[in-house]
Write a protein that binds this ligand. Structure first.
Ligand code: ADP
Ligand code: MG
Length: 342
């Protein structure tokens, strides 16, 4: 075969292989876009575990008609323009690939309106060349993305889809993880027309503890050890469970790096080490931790789905997290000291 440039749809389908694994990955990408657009309300409607339909509506900035075509194109992003930007990322997205990838493996429509437009427009990328077609639509300020028939044209991927119930569980997990990172955003989730989650926004104790209860169960906060520490440009806060309330699964491990949902080996290792022999080898730590660090100290461009990061000073980060948690556990396990008699 002679060397040739891949047609756009095929090139996007190949890229989609890395980021669009299942319906939950679509939900993650679209939610991150809504957050990057400054949305304060996001409504997620799912039909049949997301195989049939994923619909996400937000009240963010929207995309102007003239930019809609670019929004659906590969390597098009409003979030970075120089290497400097890439080295200090504060947005969730930066690859400019999600919408192009998703539209290459599903029927995607992107309907949007900005504050200064009087009309909304709907964009779809169709055919082998993925040429974008625009049509007038009706929509308040913000964006609605609909993704129907995921993997309709990639049978190999479609075969990997699990049952409706399993796929929805993954979606629910993505939504819960993001809801715990962004208490300032109201998020609702429905499945087949039935309400499943309703996270109200608010920074009050009550609003926060309600979100925590939804995810960790009613008694987590009572027994948990609260952590809060600052060291130079590193900030660690959150909750860890006492060793006797740790679990036999690792499902209750929530970690955020600069607001991004992570499953980071280095951090997990530091946490495990902090529990050390306090935890039987068959048990897993339970935690909800927010770690913030100067964005220049971390490289988020390591993994297409951005589940992993690389810290420039990994030893320092590891030891800091270990120290803070080790200390917190040690303090909380001390038997009540007797009051010294005068
Ligand atoms: P990235 O998020 O990496 O920039 P995407 O393909 O996910 O790439 O999105 C492309 C662009 O489309 C974004 O940079 C943004 O400008 C715009 N966009 C996508 N979703 C939304 C949304 N919900 N609201 C406003 N703009 C959006
Ligand atoms: Mg994105």
């Amino acid at each position: 075969m002679p060397i040739q440039i891949l047609p756009p749809r095929l090139a996007n389908q190949i890229a989609a292989g890395e980021v669009v694994e299942r319906p939950a990955s679509v939900v993650k990408e679209l939610l991150e876009n809504s957050l990057d657009a400054g949305a304060t309300r996001i409504q997620i409607d799912i039909a049949k575990g997301g195989h049939q339909l994923i619909k996400i509506r937000d009240n963010g900035t929207g995309v102007a008609k003239e930019e809609l075509t670019l929004a659906l194109s590969r390597h098009a992003t409003s979030k970075v323009s120089t290497l400097d930007d890439l080295e200090a990322i504060t947005s969730m997205g930066f690859r400019g690939e999600a919408l192009a990838s998703i539209s290459s493996v599903a029927r995607l429509s992107f309907t949007s309106r900005t504050a200064d437009q009087t009309e909304a427009w709907c964009a779809k990328a169709e055919g082998r060349e993925m040429e974008v077609q625009l049509s007038p639509a009706s929509h308040p300020q913000g964006t609605t993305v609909e993704v129907a028939d995921l993997f309709f044209n990639t049978p190999a991927r479609r075969r990997f889809l699990r049952t409706e119930k399993t796929e929805f569980t993954h979606i629910d997990e993505v939504v819960k993880r993001i809801a715990l990172a962004r208490k300032d955003v109201a998020i609702t989730l429905t499945h087949n027309g039935k309400p499943v989650r309703q996270f109200r926004s608010g920074d009050s104790e009550a609003a926060i503890s309600k979100r925590l209860q939804t995810v960790f169960g009613p008694s987590f906060l009572e027994g948990a050890i609260e952590v809060e520490s600052v060291h130079h440009d590193m900030h660690l806060r959150g909750w860890i469970a006492r060793p006797d309330s740790c679990r036999i699964t690792n499902d209750y491990q929530y970690c955020y790096v600069n607001g991004r949902v992570m499953r980071d080996k280095l951090i997990n290792h530091a946490i495990r080490q902090a529990y050390d022999e306090r935890l039987g080898s068959d048990l897993h730590p339970v935690f909800l931790l927010y770690f913030d660090i100067d964005p220049r100290q971390v490289d988020v461009n390591v993994h297409p789905a951005k589940h992993e990061v690389r810290f420039h000073q990994s030893r320092l980060v590891h030891d800091y997290i270990y120290q803070v948690l080790h200390q917190a556990l040690a303090t909380s396990m001390q038997p009540e000291l007797e009051q010294p008699s005068e």
